[in-house]
Design a protein around this ligand. Sequence first.
Ligand code: BGC
Length: 773
Amino acid sequence: MITLNRLFDVEPWKIVENTLNTKDFRLAESVMSLGNGHMGMRGNFEEKYSGDFHQGSYIAGVWFPDKTRVGWWKNGYPNYFGKVINSTNFIGINVLLNSQELDLFSETIKDYSRELDMKHGVLTRSFTVIQDKKETSVKVTRFLSIAEKELAVIKYEIIPLNYDGDVTFIPYLDGDIRNEDSNYEEDFWVEVNKEVSSFEGSLTMKTKDNPFNTPTFHLTTTMKVEIDGPVRSVTSSIENEYVDNQIDLELTKGQSTTLYKYVAVTTDRDHEVGDLVQVGKDLLSKNIEKGYQQILKEHQEQWFKRWEIADVEIDGDPEAQQGIRFNLFQLFSTYYGEDSRLNIGPKGFTGEKYGGATYWDTEAYALPLYLATATPDVAENLLRYRHKQLDGAFHNARQQGLKGALYPMVTFTGVECHNEWEITFEEIHRNGAIAYAIYNYVNYTGDKGYLKRNGIDVLSSISRFWADRVHYNNKKEVYMIHGVTGPNEYENNVNNNWYTNLMAVWTLKYTLEVIEYLQSNNLDEHLKTLDLTDAEIAKWKEITEKMYFPYDKELDIFVQHDTFLDKDLIHASTLSPEERPLNQKWSWDKILRSCFIKQADVLQGMYFLNHEFTLSEKKKNFDFYEPMTVHESSLSPSIHAVLAAELGLEEKAFEMYHRTARLDLDNYNNDTEDGLHITSMTGAWLSIVQGFAGMRTANEALSFAPFIPASWNFYQFNIVYRDHYIKLNVCKDSVKISQQGSDLTLTLYGEKVQIPSEGTVIIPLKQKETTLQ
Ligand code: BGC
């Protein structure tokens, strides 16, 4: 069992911390992160903190190619690892109370609270600091506007409770920031320009030139400060990569003094370099004129709109409720689909580990949520992003001496930038997820037009890769794929990973189907330009017919890879808590030799191609693999929750739900201090919508088969499906589905149900059965 250390109060719309926990400070910083799609930062303090912390502010699409560092260079390794870079600290406000610097690490404080309000998208802190019996109450509010993406706002309010005195505020912009994970301890930024005057300042930094011909970026942060209180004097200072204002004020006992720091964060991704400062200043003037309350109101209205569509309500389980809202909040703070140049990085704006902007996580785990909770162009943008990166994928395949396209494991541009051989060269199953996402999008939205050009470009290029990557085993007269790493990264260089073979064959089949569709509907104009030969297509077909899939007759299961069953097959329940997580406690070779599975592997295939397997096949494989699975990838629990729910294993589904929904809040994998697991944050939603409610969409047919966990009174959510806006409510004894849109036919517990436009159906809730042996 895993021991949990709960740091935050359980509240439906808030994450609240009532103790300044210096030991788990980084963990809380991760959890208290804010983002607005354009920028984001960890829950850092504005004022000084001299304990251990991780200052982290990140700007979407701004990255640096950090020169690869490895022990033994292997041909084919990428030259660099692309990193989301830690950028100018623009939230900083140092505070001197009666000439004494406020440092929350060493100060005596009381009534401390830090609170992330997810409904309104606001982070607040409040505390009373006691210095030589002088008590000062402080309240800080911060938000990154989602109505005005380049705007960050901080309100810093202090009240001297039992004295008259003075305060100095030092709002600053600090560009001297480094990535903790820089390979050569390099500074990725150089200063370009700075200016400062009373109550304002600006700092422009540029990413260093690099030898890899990747783009450089300019980042300008511009601040304006407003004060509500009696200012005595203002001075400014300029240092290397730094500007500040020093504002002295008189404090009167019981009276509040407030500083507003407005910051514009502009980059040359959106504006001409020469305009960055002016654009920032204009944006600030325009907004300051509106006033703090109005800016906040516009920001909150946008959050309300998001919640109106995407909120999942759970009655009867406050922890589950808080968990899913936290996940949706952090996910939407990272990506809401407005900028087609962006994607969803595993840590979003909350940390540095993992680097890169895009993993297979997006297609495999995030796409279904965006399909159902946003307009179709958001999902299409995610597909187009990959289409635009096709050249990079051709490059990656060439690096391996192969034809076609190999989408990268980690990338900003399409070019692989991850450099561990077992992942870069071997974890090629990722290509299957990119193809599957096209099917998923077209099947869900009905937008077959996507296949004509972009869709077939990507599918045919991935198919060419698979056709070159397989080999024919003459003796056994089957095709095989050797030397891979499946989704389970706790085994490398295996032969015939069932999942990889499955997705390779599935991609080829789907591509052939799409070709047939385009040809028979006279939509093949673009297809003809792709020079696919008859021989090539015949070979694809042959591979689909003669692929080898490891299977054990006696156990009647698909075997994860050729030699998996030769291992010492024991259950994860035999591990002691001290050994978990294995990746932090065991040597790597011990992990590789063990049977323990990091994340869904065979079961990932059964999740994707759910409609192609019988319930009995799913049950046998689930029963065999799940007990060996340690879920040490945050992506793992949700897939298990969905399958367990389908199999009627309610307790397991519930356990997996909690694990995915509260992964970071309860720090299940003991690594939340590095940042949040953003791409896994769809997991709670997948568990409820596809798991508990049993939503399926294969073959362009919508169906549900809901159950409700024993401790819940009801749950409800909305989905957008084609032109329907559907609300599903599941309570102890009934399922209620309402919809807006044209007449809708769907399947509920295997029976066809018609719901007229603006109509509602209510039927009794069915009990799940686990009759399968
Ligand atoms: C998982 C990968 C995933 C990556 C980023 C790893 O721990 O094993 O499947 O792509 O994290 O989330």
